[in-house]
Structures are given as C-alpha cells and as structure tokens.
Ligand binder design. Structure first.
Ligand SMILES: [Zn+2]
Length: 247
C-alpha cells in the first residue's frame, strides 16, 4: 500500500495507543498479519503499543482469524481451510479447533457458528483504534460508542451500497495527517433552476486497500463523529464509531 509520512504533530501520539499507560515498546501492525495472506503488502501501517497490549490481543486475534476462515470454508478441518497460516494454526491448536467445532451447527442446510461476541468486539475495536491513530494522527483510547459487524451476505442491497460507498463531505482533519493527504479534492458543478452553474468543492475519502480481496478500510473524520469502516475478506463489514464528546 502507499506509504505516507505523518506530517501532523507527533506529540499527539504518546505511549501505547491502546492503554496510554504502557511504554511504546513495540510496533503493532494494523491490521495484524494473520488477517492477510503472504506475500504481505509493503509498508503495512504500524502503531506504538506496549508489550502487554500487543500480547494481550493475540489470542483473540487468533480466534477471530480462525473463525473467519472456518466460516468461509464451512468447516473446521484444516485441510479445507484456504488460509495456510490459519490452517497450520488449527492443526497445532487442538483446543481452538475443538472450541470452534463445538460452536458449529447446521441450520436450514447451512453451517452456522455461534461466535464469542466479546472476542470479536475486542479485535474489531483494536483494529479501529489502530486505523484511527494511523490515519487521523490521534489515538482514540476511549470505548467507542458503536462496534458493529455483519456478514455482507446478510445486508440488504441498499445497506451494502451505503456502506461500500466512498465518503463524500467536507472533513476537518488534523493538518498533515495521512487522512488529510489521502483526501481527493474534487469539484462538481451544480446547476440551479435558472441555469446558473455553481461550483462546489467536495472531499472524497475513499477506501484504503491493504490487500485486494482481504482487507480494506476507511477512516472518516466528521464534525460530530469519527467513523472507521472495515471490510475483511470481502465477507465481513465492520463499523466503529466514536462521537466527538466521548473522547
Ligand atoms: Zn498498552
């Protein structure tokens, strides 16, 4: 993916972006590489994280990645999992495989997995915090006002088109942040009733593709909310929102 320097004030990001307490001892990839496939893209975004937070998410991320691949394969059998690293992980981690297998059932001829919601929330929230920090040059450590996810196949056509669209608006970003640099300024001509043409400037905030078909996200900085949208494996649509007064 494109490498953009952060020209915003680096003092905005101090310490671990997840807990603020810990020292920034490690660099955490967002997204974690387990959600991608080799060869990994160059210039993967990294954010500062303390050792405890970095390690603290790894079991939930392993669960999340394994669940996703099992859902896509309709099976917990490593031989049927397309994602090599996840398949190898399931071969080694018998307890995780058992846990996923016991959450599997058949419903109207479909394989369905009962998900551990707390762990899914934890991973999606962590991903959103990483994207927000990297793109908007500000850590959002507070609990978000909304964490939601939905398989794209369960969304209506309108819901999906709305979710999948580029964000158009006049955003206010931290000057110099990556998000500011990515914004595409465009001008449209509006025609009034008497035929007068009025130019209007728009800012278009498009999807940032980390790996085609595997992972993309949008970081939207609006007047009243900060909104992170993520699409994983073109299967799962996730959204995390902080309202301005909550952070
Ligand atoms: Zn931390």
């Amino acid at each position: 993916m494109d490498y953009l320097n952060n020209f915003a004030d680096e003092r905005l990001i101090i310490g671990c972006i997840y807990c603020s307490g810990g020292l920034e001892e490690t660099r955490d990839h967002v997204p974690s590489r387990i959600l991608l496939e080799p060869p990994y893209p160059a210039n993967l975004p990294v954010v500062p994280a303390c050792r405890d937070c970095n390690a603290g998410f790894s079991l939930d991320e392993e669960y999340f990645a394994a669940l996703l691949e099992c859902v896509l394969a309709g099976s917990t059998d490593p031989a049927k999992i397309r994602h090599e690293r996840v398949a190898r992980g399931l071969e080694r981690n018998f307890a995780l495989r058992e846990r996923l297998e016991s959450s599997k059932r058949e419903e109207n001829g479909r394989i369905v997995f009962a998900v551990e919601e707390g762990r899914i929330r934890n991973v999606i929230c962590k991903l959103a915090k990483g994207h927000a920090t990297y793109e908007l040059s500000t850590p959002y450590r507070a609990e978000p006002d909304l964490i939601s996810w939905c398989p794209i196949s369960e969304m209506t056509k309108d819901e999906w088109e709305d979710f999948d669209a580029a964000h158009v608006g006049g955003a206010i970003n931290e000057i110099g942040s990556r998000n500011m640099q990515r914004l595409l300024a465009t001008q449209v001509l509006l025609e009034s009733e008497n035929g007068e043409r009025i130019p209007m400037n728009l800012l278009v905030n498009d999807w940032i593709e980390v790996q085609a078909g595997r992972y993309r996200y949008q970081a939207i900085d609006e007047l009243d909310v900060v909104r992170i949208k993520i699409v994983i494996a073109e299967y799962l649509a996730c959204e995390v929102v902080w309202s301005r007064d909550s952070y």
